[in-house]
Design a protein around this ligand. Structure first.
Ligand SMILES: Cc1ncc(C[n+]2csc(CCOP(=O)(O)OP(=O)(O)O)c2C)c(N)n1
Ligand code: SF4
Ligand SMILES: [Mg+2]
Length: 288
């Protein structure tokens, strides 16, 4: 159910990277002049997924790993809304992995913000799909969401940010919100958001992040270039951040335009019986 509720103070541990994301959401929404009643935040399950409780906007606490289905549903029901799905790396890349991959090809005009702390914070620090080898006994290679996103040939906006750099985070989120409000399609941002209690990576990530936009040859309209720059940064022991894909000629490519067209969407459809009587009679006649 969608409801407008009074925000409560964040329940996160002091210093949690998710505070940076909360601040960025507020600033970016203000920058893009999104009215609070037009913004819907769909939270996943996890520490990160409680973000919608801390802002006075419409919020849904989705099922674990199913926030994208619910966020896309909101957008198709009422394309005029600005929709941000926000959750963790466990929520999005473990139980939610199937929905995550399909969201790129569906290309609904929503923002998906993953707060990646390389652990399951809420359930007290178990390894997640992005955990490094050796973290809490993890023996699996970490999953890379940006390389995966770049491999799906859809006109999406793709970026990675760092909670330790709130200015860039806000600028990128602001661009992502604008991208979706203009109906261009899916905007994915993975924010590196340290869990100071179970996996405090602030110092390490501050040393390792590398803003690809500062490199010669940086071209986020060209997937092959960005794939190569990411791999090279990783081979040099760095973590690539920045806008990774931005369509050269963004069109009105969002799923909602293909499904709903230019109309208001089912949530705001005319339900008046008189106005719909002719269509109703036609339907009855067709049923025999
Ligand atoms: C169906 C289901 N399976 C498992 C859980 C237990 N659970 C709650 S949160 C969570 C993972 C949280 O990790 P992440 O999405 O990375 O969020 P974080 O707390 O790190 O922000 C899990 C496995 C659950 N609530 N529901
Ligand atoms: S446990 Fe980790 S992810 Fe959860 S609120 Fe605390 S610092 Fe943040
Ligand atoms: Mg996590």
């Amino acid at each position: 159910m969608v409801q407008s509720a009074k925000p409560v103070p964040p329940i996160w541990c002091p210093g949690c990277g998710d505070f940076g994301v909360l601040a960025a959401v507020k600033k970016a929404a203000l920058e893009q002049k999104v009215a609070p009643h037009d913004l819907v935040l769909v939270g996943g399950i996890g520490c990160s997924g409680s973000i919608h409780n801390f802002l006075e906007v419409n919020g849904i606490h989705a099922l674990h790993g199913r926030l994208l289905a619910q966020a896309i549903g909101v957008k198709l029901a009422n394309p005029a809304l600005t929709v941000i799905a926000a959750g963790g790396d466990g929520d999005g890349y473990a139980i939610g992995m199937g929905h995550f991959l399909h969201a790129f090809k569906k290309n609904a005009s929503i923002v998906y913000l993953v707060m990646n702390n390389e652990t399951y914070g809420l359930t007290k620090g178990q390894p997640s799909p992005t955990s490094q080898v050796g973290f809490e006994g993890n023996i699996e290679q970490p999953f890379d969401a940006i390389l995966t996103a770049l491999s799906i040939p859809a006109p999406n906006f793709i970026a990675r940010t760092f909670s330790g750099d709130p200015k860039t985070m806000t600028a990128v989120l602001s661009e992502a919100i604008r991208f979706t409000r203009e109906g261009h399609g899916f905007a994915f941002i993975e924010d590196l958001s340290p869990c100071v209690t179970y996996n405090d990576t602030y110092k390490l990530w501050r040393e390792k992040v590398q803003d690809l936009s500062k490199l010669p040859g940086y071209d986020p309209t060209d997937r092959a270039t960005m794939f190569r720059l990411c791999l090279e940064a990783q081979a040099a022991g760095r973590i690539p951040i920045g806008v990774m894909h931005r369509p050269a000629q963004p069109g009105r490519d969002g799923l909602e335009t293909k499904v709903v067209g230019s109309g208001p969407g089912p949530a705001r459809a005319e339900m008046d019986l008189t106005a719909n009587a002719a269509a109703y009679q036609k339907l009855l006649a067709a049923l025999g």
